[in-house]
Design a protein around this ligand. Structure first.
Ligand SMILES: NC(=O)c1ccc[n+]([C@@H]2O[C@H](COP(=O)([O-])OP(=O)(O)OC[C@H]3O[C@@H](n4cnc5c(N)ncnc54)[C@H](OP(=O)(O)O)[C@@H]3O)[C@@H](O)[C@H]2O)c1
Length: 315
């Protein structure tokens, strides 16, 4: 990567006019900031949220600041395979052919206090953070495949450094720990998925690139939407570290934006903040954590995702 003299900020985003983008989880936090900055640069953004009201609220907020923004609301619940299928079918009907430039798999949920199952019977974090995005990417891939310069971005987490793939406890069936097992494993699954997808796309000679990013520690709804309201170690650690080691959602979105739009971001690479412990700062290429480096884990996870969702990812 060429040496950068000044930090990369949202102002560095190249013009996005003529590009169609889907961003999941864009009604809040990092996804919202990502949508706002891409809309500012002229991208057409499909903004699916868990309800039409949430999607339209977010769009109204962006339009209040950027009246020319092109944003389309839609509904998507990644914790439901039926909803993922319906959203993809809606998109294919509205925008047939090679119609998608950028898919940003950003939505996520963290540290649900007790083990919860989705309508499909999957553990909620594994389903929302990994199985849903896996199926969504598979359904939408044909729209990216023949589009010049198209890209997939997968948002992971710095917590993957300490994560472990336990295929005997993939969904917390044997032992459920909200943060260090269920959440961290689901975000490791995201990173393994990104790397395996990159390998498969490269092998197939596909022009689609896939990058991954993590935001460091950004103050968003993530810290409150999953964890319960009672005292917890996570909340205590969060409140102690927050003033020193965190950043706002706009800064948290920069690695995702960098991974999504810069020519310097390379398929198969991972981007995060350049500051202390990669918790805050400006985007840079970061190393792939050791737990994500085993291609056998990635292949096994891919097979599991196809088996559980019933969605065969054809490249
Ligand atoms: N903030 C951090 O420090 C941090 C650190 C590492 C990684 N991350 C990752 O960054 C991404 C964005 O998180 P954030 O910090 O911006 O959190 P956030 O403000 O809570 O945003 C999460 C988004 O995901 C959506 N979402 C949750 N469950 C969903 C489902 N079943 N279907 C569709 N959408 C769903 C939420 O929708 P609702 O509004 O309906 O809940 C919301 O729009 C996540 O993947 C997270 O794991 C964040």
């Amino acid at each position: 990567m060429p040496q950068q003299t000044r930090p990369w900020t949202a102002e560095c985003i190249p013009p996005q006019t003529g590009r169609r983008v889907i961003i999941t989880g864009a009604n809040s936090g990092i996804g919202f900031e990502t949508a706002r900055e891409l809309a500012r640069k002229g991208a057409e953004i499909i903004l699916p949220a868990r309800s039409m009201v949430k999607a339209k609220d977010a769009i109204d907020q962006i339009r209040a600041e950027i009246p020319s923004a092109v944003l389309i609301p839609s509904v998507l619940d990644l914790a439901s395979q039926a909803s993922v299928r319906e959203f993809a079918a809606w998109f294919s009907g509205q925008y047939p052919g090679p119609s998608l430039d950028l898919l940003i798999n950003n939505a996520g949920v963290m540290a649900i206090p007790g083990r919860e199952l989705t309508v499909d019977g999957f553990e909620r974090q594994f389903a929302t953070n990994f199985l849903g995005p896996f199926a969504l990417t598979a359904w939408l891939y044909p729209h990216l495949r023949q589009r010049e310069g198209s890209r997939i971005v997968i948002v992971s987490s710095a917590v993957t450094k300490w994560a472990k793939m336990d295929f005997d406890n993939l969904q917390g069936e044997r032992r459920y720990r909200p943060m260090m097992q269920a959440y961290s494993q689901s975000k490791l699954a995201d990173l393994l998925f990104a790397l395996e997808l990159h390998r498969r796309l490269t092998k197939a000679g596909s022009p689609v690139s896939v990058t991954s990013a993590h935001p460091g520690y950004a103050i968003t709804n993530l810290q409150t939407s999953g964890p319960g309201s009672g005292p917890s170690a996570l909340r205590m650690v969060s409140s102690l570290l927050k003033p020193f080691l965190s950043q706002d959602a706009a800064h948290g979105a920069l690695p995702t934006l960098f991974a999504a739009v810069t020519p310097q971001a390379v398929s198969g690479h991972y981007y995060g903040p350049d500051g202390i412990f990669e918790l805050k700062g400006y985007p840079k290429a970061v190393s792939i954590p050791a737990p994500a480096q085993d291609p056998r884990d990635a292949q096994r996870l891919w097979s599991e995702a196809e088996r559980l969702t019933g969605v065969i990812f054809r490249i």
